[in-house]
Design a protein around this ligand. Structure first.
Ligand SMILES: NC(=O)c1ccc[n+]([C@@H]2O[C@H](COP(=O)([O-])OP(=O)(O)OC[C@H]3O[C@@H](n4cnc5c(N)ncnc54)[C@H](O)[C@@H]3O)[C@@H](O)[C@H]2O)c1
Length: 329
């Protein structure tokens, strides 16, 4: 079929989304995540591959979509991310190419990691595991019950900062654990708190504070020394969103003083924390390397969101998650 569409896909793509895409286009599948070393294509390389394959649909996750890509006659660009920040959307719009995104693709994944970090911090899972492996169960002449007691989470209060896709997925999980759930989000009327003054008041009520806001000039360092001070003694601070949302030095001070009970973090500025950073020496801190979204389901979810929208565009319907719908009108 000479007029069949062809999709060049460098995002991991699986499940029903892949079937949908294959039903509307020939698929050239070359996922970046399977390359060792990892491969990220730039605009020139993408344009070259698109031309070599004769593809008119581009679906990416991390490749840099700009410049020469927009000289290729594409019917759609799919960015398998909530925020398609790897695509020059203005450039695509100028070229009349719709850009699709995949909101909420990893909401459940990040919310599950948030719960994992909360439990790990609260119940000392990492040092306790270490003791078992090191045959140090009676370290310091104390039984584990003496070293690793905790308050249960049921009946406590969780504060969700940023009630978007991940925040909502975290909120029902906190509620399901028997926790009272408060939330702060100036832009979501469903949140229980909406102004910065209300945020500070909310922090004073929470046993667990969990960050799920997007990074904006308004949310950068949203949680600083004053906000940590406003938290309850012994509170647990979780950030599976972005490190930019909190002041790391203030977090360290709040932990060192014993004011905070612990912290669980899945993100560091520059994706890195030095081995000699004070956080790395704290037993009540659990650190993971930005793996919140790392599930196969995330890939299946973004595949379905993007493929459904590509199919809509090809049959002349309005896509649901297009960031520049004006190019289609
Ligand atoms: N750890 C990971 O692997 C991982 C994966 C996905 C997303 N994330 C991060 O999680 C966060 C949430 O992602 P999402 O998909 O739910 O995004 P989203 O856009 O659905 O939700 C973000 C929420 O932040 C809110 N917000 C905006 N300004 C705010 C403010 N001043 N105060 C409080 N809230 C504010 C928005 O109203 C929105 O409800 C983002 O920071 C994202 O980068 C991390």
């Amino acid at each position: 079929m000479a007029d069949r569409h062809k999709a060049f896909v460098t995002a991991p793509f699986r499940g029903p989304g892949m079937e949908t895409l294959q039903s509307v286009a020939e698929v050239v599948y070359d996922p970046w995540i399977e390359q060792i070393p990892l491969r990220i294509l730039n605009g020139e390389q993408l344009a070259e591959r698109l031309r070599a394959e004769g593809a008119d649909i581009l679906i990416v996750e991390s490749d840099s979509v700009k410049g020469p890509v927009f000289e290729v006659p594409l019917v759609a660009i799919g960015s398998c991310r909530g925020d398609p920040n790897n695509v020059d959307v203005a450039g695509a719009t100028a070229a009349g190419i719709p850009v699709l995104r995949a909101p909420g693709r990893n909401a459940d994944a990040v919310a599950e990691l948030t719960m994992a970090l909360m439990f790990a911090v609260n119940r000392w899972i990492v040092p306790a595991d270490h003791d078992v492996r090191a045959e140090q169960v009676y370290a310091g002449g104390k039984i584990p019950y003496q070293r690793y007691r905790a308050w249960q989470l049921a009946g406590r209060t969780a504060g969700v900062v940023g009630l978007g896709a991940v925040g909502r997925a975290a909120a029902w999980r906190f509620a399901g654990l028997g926790m009272r759930v408060l939330s702060y989000d100036p832009y979501n009327p469903d949140a229980t708190h909406h102004t910065p003054a209300e945020l500070d008041r909310m922090l004073g009520e929470c046993d667990v504070v969990s960050m799920h806001a997007v990074v904006t000039p308004e949310t950068e360092r949203l949680i600083g020394a004053a906000q940590f001070a406003a938290m309850k003694d012994g509170a647990i601070f979780l950030n599976t969103a972005r490190a930019m949302l909190h002041d790391t030095d203030a977090l360290v001070s709040a932990l060192q003083s014993g004011h905070l009970g612990g912290a669980g973090l899945d993100h560091f500025e520059g994706e890195h924390i030095a081995a000699d950073h004070p956080l790395c020496a704290m037993q009540n801190v659990v650190l993971t390397p930005h793996i919140g979204g790392a599930t196969y389901d995330t890939e299946a979810n973004h595949s379905k969101l993007i493929a459904d929208d590509v199919a809509r565009i090809l049959r002349g319907d309005k896509p649901v998650n297009c960031v520049n719908p004006e190019v289609l009108s």
